[in-house]
Design a protein around this ligand. Structure first.
Ligand code: PHE
Length: 345
């Protein structure tokens, strides 16, 4: 063992490369190599001798292995250092430009609405886009067969889900918020989200966005509705905006109104945007119908509420001067990039 160790040490001292080291390892440490040969001598020894010989052999093997391992580490380090020395980076080369996306105009609009309503004490409520017929219509006072469904009952699911559809209005959030309220107490929410209808032209898309608002409490009146929506229109479209309430009809509110704002393009004089009327319709709203309150477990003698809904796309089109709603959903980067300017921040 001692002479073999000496021999290995001498040979290892002359090694310059990892390949040479590997060859040497094969020569000495392979199955048929001299180190293994020493192990095979064990069988010729007595029990006493085996013990002593075994211990010596183990120490010998450990030393040989560590000789190989430490040289291997040393050579690998040398290779790495050599590589690092040769691979210099030219920091004067121009870098690749990082392409930055920009916030979608709809996200900007939603954030603006949310900020405003949160500042008035509302919470943001989220509802699913796949909704039951019950939540989308029945519990909003639109029973099966009601004529006002025609414009909206469009995208139904199939087979066992035939009573589900892509929601046609965010008013479904009214039902959900009321049903979920275990104590049947006050509510103040806004629910922005996608809705779907059978529509397709420059100002209508089969997919668009609405934001729904619902306030329920004791002693809520039409005055609260008017005040809230007037503030809402002025904050979003500018303090000079005039707001007009017209009587209207929605099955889930009574009385119902439609809200117009003075045309922000011509200031009310009449132009192509407002079709020469000076007014633009922006909201549907009303006092929550007692049937709707009762169907979701509220005592309509004790509680009243108002609700409103508006198309977020319409506001974005007005605000940013977008002529065709379809571009909002087209994902054309050239369109979206325009909103990344400082002046629309
Ligand atoms: N959901 C109605 C629509 O889509 C708007 C609305 C909401 C009307 C809330 C009244 C109250 O046209």
């Amino acid at each position: 063992m001692d002479s073999l160790l000496q021999e290995i040490k001498e040979k290892i001292n002359n090694i310059k490369t990892l390949k040479e080291l590997n060859d040497l390892k094969v020569e000495y440490l392979s199955k048929k190599g001299p180190v293994n040969e020493l192990s095979s001598k064990m069988k010729d020894l007595s029990v006493e001798e085996k013990k002593e010989y075994g211990m010596k052999l183990n120490a010998f093997k450990l030393e040989v292995n560590s000789l190989f391992d430490s040289l291997k580490e040393q050579l690998e380090n040398e290779v790495l250092n050599e590589k690092l020395k040769n691979e210099t980076i030219d920091i004067t080369l121009p870098s690749k430009k990082v392409k930055r996306g920009s916030k979608h105009p709809m996200s900007r609009m939603v954030e603006e609405f949310e900020d405003l309503f949160v500042s008035m004490g509302y919470t943001v409520y989220d509802g699913p886009e796949i909704e039951s017929d019950e939540n989308c219509f029945q519990k909003l006072n639109l029973p099966v067969g009601h004529p006002a469904r025609d414009a909206q009952d469009t995208f139904y699911l199939e087979n066992e889900y035939e009573n589900y559809l892509l929601r046609s209005q965010t008013s479904t959030a009214q039902v959900r918020a009321m049903e979920e309220h275990t104590e049947k107490g006050p509510i103040r929410i806004v629910c922005p989200g996608k809705v779907y209808r059978r529509d397709e032209d420059a100002t209508h898309s089969h997919q668009f966005m609405q934001i729904e608002g619902l306030v329920i409490d004791e002693n809520i009146s039409m005055a609260d509705l008017k005040g809230t929506l007037e503030l809402f229109c002025k904050k979003i479209l500018g303090e000079k905006t005039e707001v007009r309430f017209r009587p209207s009809y929605f099955p889930f509110t009574e009385p119902s109104v439609e809200v117009d704002v003075s045309c922000f393009k011509c200031g009310g004089k009449g132009c192509n945007l407002c079709k020469q009327t000076g007014w633009i319709e922006v909201l549907g709203a009303g006092m929550v119908h007692p049937n709707v309150l009762e169907m979701s477990g509220y005592d309509s003698k004790k509680y009243q509420g108002f609700a409103f809904g508006t198309g977020i796309d319409r506001f974005a089109m007005f605000k940013y001067g977008i002529p065709d709603i379809r571009t909002i959903y087209g994902n054309d980067i050239r369109f979206l990039k325009q909103f990344d300017r400082k002046d629309v921040e």
